[in-house]
Structures are given as structure tokens and as C-alpha cells.
Design a protein around this ligand. Structure first.
Ligand code: THG
Length: 367
């Protein structure tokens, strides 16, 4: 193991001590925090997510809080998805774009009250962004990063575990809806959500001093269902077609290119950041799209540090942004971000380190 020295630059989540106690063997950096990524047996962690229930320290999913009379206006200005119908207690998946229409983050928006929202962000500094936009537009809203850290329970048995701890009402929660409550006196918000398609919940801890306590309550409750530690799983999320902004996108990717066009409403008001660019991009025609790749070969061959180019009939048509071994498909699968005129059904050549590898283009999700 290694030693980690938490500082303001490398913040531990409230569940970090629990992750270490569970035998964390690998971690990454996300929002200037440590994100556990493995506990030493990726295969077992994968199957636990597919068949059972997995417990994740996802405290790195920080909340950007918008509070005040203009909180709702700021939320709408930040996102090209129409939020006018969003109810208190509801969450929505919302792309955030810059003025050029480039996607810069893809949070879940939680509406806690008419004047209180959280953006549960992916990896980029939206606290800076939201504060700057609010000030430039002269809005009456306070932008902050509150002491709120999600823990996820994912997998087909997650609902039984969460219901055991909190009561059967959680079974009635609709996707992305949430409720504020407490777990044996620990303040939380409970939402049906999580970065997998295996079903589950996220428990947003609202008191960072009580992470170990909360972790252990769910760990103990989950024993009958075989709960164990895990982390957002690249194999599962790729099979399921989930987008990783920053991973699957580059600095000119717009939402239409990565299958997020359904979360863009072109008729939102003209003051929404990026909306003019998004209208123009749509009108001119989207130049790239995201497809699945099934690579030839039956040995795990994940992507290294660099994206790999994709050739089609001898010409470079884009790149592979992600590649992972799929235990269920028994193949290396990945995402292509390529010219829109190269379509599913075609065979391409991925320019890998050891030489070109044939791959079939397929629609997403894989499973
Ligand atoms: N949970 C919380 N915060 C997060 C994430 C999370 N912040 C970072 C990151 N994940 C944000 N990105 C996503 C990406 C996809 C989904 C959720 C967050 C997701 N998408 C579904 C899909 O694409 O099929 C459903 C979207 C829909 O149709 O509304 O769940 O995981 N707290």
C-alpha cells in the first residue's frame, strides 16, 4: 500500500478510511479528491455489481450548491436542458456546455427547494464556472460546495439493502427522485441513481464527520445479500453505454456527438450558456458520432494512456476513447468518436500499440 497525505489539493472523502479498511488497492483523482477504483479483484467486483450489491465511495461526486432567489434561473442558464417542469424532490441528468457548445460536465441536478439546487458534478471545476456566470449575469444566488458526499449502493440487490435500512418507501422512489431523511440520526438525501445500469441508490451524506458510521451501517445491513466494496466499473458502464465526460469527450465535443442530444432543448431561452452555438451546430449538421467498437481478439487488452486512432478504408476517421474487457461479451469493447458518415455495421482498424486491430462498429449501448 501507499500513504496518502490529505491536503486541500488532495481531499479525502468521508468514506476514505472505510475504503482503506476494505482493502482499497487502486485509486484515481477526480475533482481534486481520491476516488477508490479497486479492492484487488476487479473480476469479483464486476460480478458483484451484476448479480448482487456493491458499495462505492463516490464522495468525489461533489455538489455545487445554488441557493437564493435566482437559484432556479442560474440552473437553467447553466444547462441547455429545459428545467421548467422539474419538481422539488426530482433529479435530472443535465449536460453543461460552454459558450461554444462544448460539453464541460454532465451532472445530476437535484431540486431540493424552489431556491435550492445541487449539481452533482462529474470531474471539472463547476464551482468556478457557476460562480462566474452568476456574477457576470448579476444574479442573486450563492454558489458553494457544501459538505455533501455520495455513497452508492449498486446492483440488483441494492434496493433490498436500502429498504432494510430505511424502509420500504425507498422502493417507490422513481429514477433520479430523492428524499431527505436520516439514517440513525445521520443526515442524508437518498436518491435512486448511480453510475451503472444495474439499479441502485445513492446516499448523499450531509455530515462529513460521519462517513465511517454511515458506511458501516450499510455494510452490516448488506451482509445477508453478500454486499462488498466496489467502484464505478469501466466494464459495466461501457457495456451499458454510459458517457464519461472528459474521458469519452475532447475539448470540442458537443452533446449531440455523444448521444446526449436528447437532454438538449433548443427552444430554451436565449440566455442559456451555449444555446446559440448548439442551435447552429444542429442546423449545420453534427459531424461526429459515438458508436460502440467490438475488437477482434479474445484476450483482455485495455486502452493505455492514449486514445487510439481509427482508420476506415485507409483514412483516419476519429478515435477510440475507451477500451475495456467485457466479461459478459468476452471481448474488448470500446467507444468510437468518429466521422458521422462511418456507421454501425462497418469494420474499422484501431491503431493499437502492437499494430492495427479490426473492430466492428455497433450501436450503443452494447447490452
Ligand atoms: N451520481 C451522482 N453524481 C454524479 C454521477 C452519478 N456525478 C458525476 C457523474 N455521475 C455524472 N454523470 C452521469 C452520467 C450518466 C448518468 C448519471 C450521471 C445516468 N444516465 C442514465 C443513462 O444515460 O442511461 C439515465 C439518464 C436519463 O435518461 O435521465 O444515470 O452517477 N450523484
Amino acid at each position: 500500500m501507499f500513504n496518502v497525505f490529505p491536503t486541500a489539493r488532495l481531499r479525502p472523502s468521508p468514506f476514505f478510511a472505510s475504503a482503506v479498511a476494505e482493502g482499497m488497492t487502486a485509486a484515481s483523482i477526480y475533482n481534486r479528491m481520491i476516488m477508490p477504483t479497486s479492492y484487488g479483484d476487479p473480476e469479483a467486483e464486476y460480478w458483484r455489481l451484476i448479480n448482487g450489491v456493491s458499495q462505492w465511495d463516490v464522495g468525489v461526486e461533489r455538489q455545487v450548491q445554488l441557493k437564493g432567489p435566482d437559484a432556479g434561473r442560474l440552473a437553467q442558464i447553466l444547462s441547455p436542458r429545459d428545467l421548467s417542469e422539474c419538481q422539488v424532490g426530482q433529479g435530472k441528468y443535465v449536460p453543461l456546455c460552454n459558450h461554444r457548445g462544448t460539453i464541460i460536465n454532465d451532472p445530476i441536478l437535484l431540486k431540493l427547494a424552489d431556491d435550492l439546487y445541487w449539481l452533482s458534478i462529474a470531474d471539472s471545476d463547476i464551482w468556478f464556472w457557476a460562480g462566474a456566470i452568476a456574477a457576470e449575469r448579476g444574479l442573486n444566488v450563492e454558489v458553494s460546495e457544501p459538505d455533501v458526499s455520495p455513497m452508492a449502493l449498486q446492483g440488483p440487490k441494492a434496493e433490498d439493502v436500502v429498504a432494510h435500512v430505511l424502509g420500504d418507501w425507498v422502493r417507490g422512489l422513481k429514477y433520479f427522485w430523492f428524499r431527505e431523511t436520516d439514517v440513525q440520526g445521520i443526515p442524508v438525501a437518498v436518491q435512486r441513481s448511480g453510475w451503472s445500469k444495474q439499479g441502485g441508490f445513492e446516499i448523499y451524506l450531509k455530515d462529513g464527520t460521519r462517513g465511517t458510521e454511515l458506511w458501516n451501517i450499510f455494510k452490516e445491513a448488506g451482509q445477508p445479500w453478500g454486499i462488498g466494496p466496489g467502484a464505478p466499473a469501466t466494464a459495466e458502464r461501457t457495456e451499458s453505454g454510459l458517457v464519461s465526460v472528459g474521458g469519452d469527450t475532447d475539448d470540442v465535443t458537443n452533446p449531440f456527438e455523444v448521444r446526449l442530444g436528447k437532454y438538449v432543448d433548443l427552444d430554451v431561452s436565449d440566455d442559456v450558456v451555449g444555446i446559440q452555438s448548439l442551435r447552429r451546430i444542429k442546423a449545420e449538421g453534427v459531424k461526429r458520432h459515438q458508436l460502440g467498437l467490438v475488437l477482434e481478439g479474445a484476450k483482455p487488452a485495455p486502452l493505455g494512456f492514449h486514445r487510439e486512432n481509427i482508420h476506415h478504408r485507409g483514412r483516419n476517421v476519429g478515435m477510440m476513447t475507451n477500451c475495456v474487457w467485457s466479461p459478459r461479451m468476452k471481448a474488448n469493447i470500446g467507444y468510437a468518436l468518429i466521422r458521422a458518415d462511418v456507421t454501425a455495421g462497418e469494420t474499422v482498424q484501431v491503431q493499437r500499440n502492437g499494430g492495427p486491430v479490426d473492430a466492428r462498429l455497433v450501436p450503443l449501448p452494447f447490452l
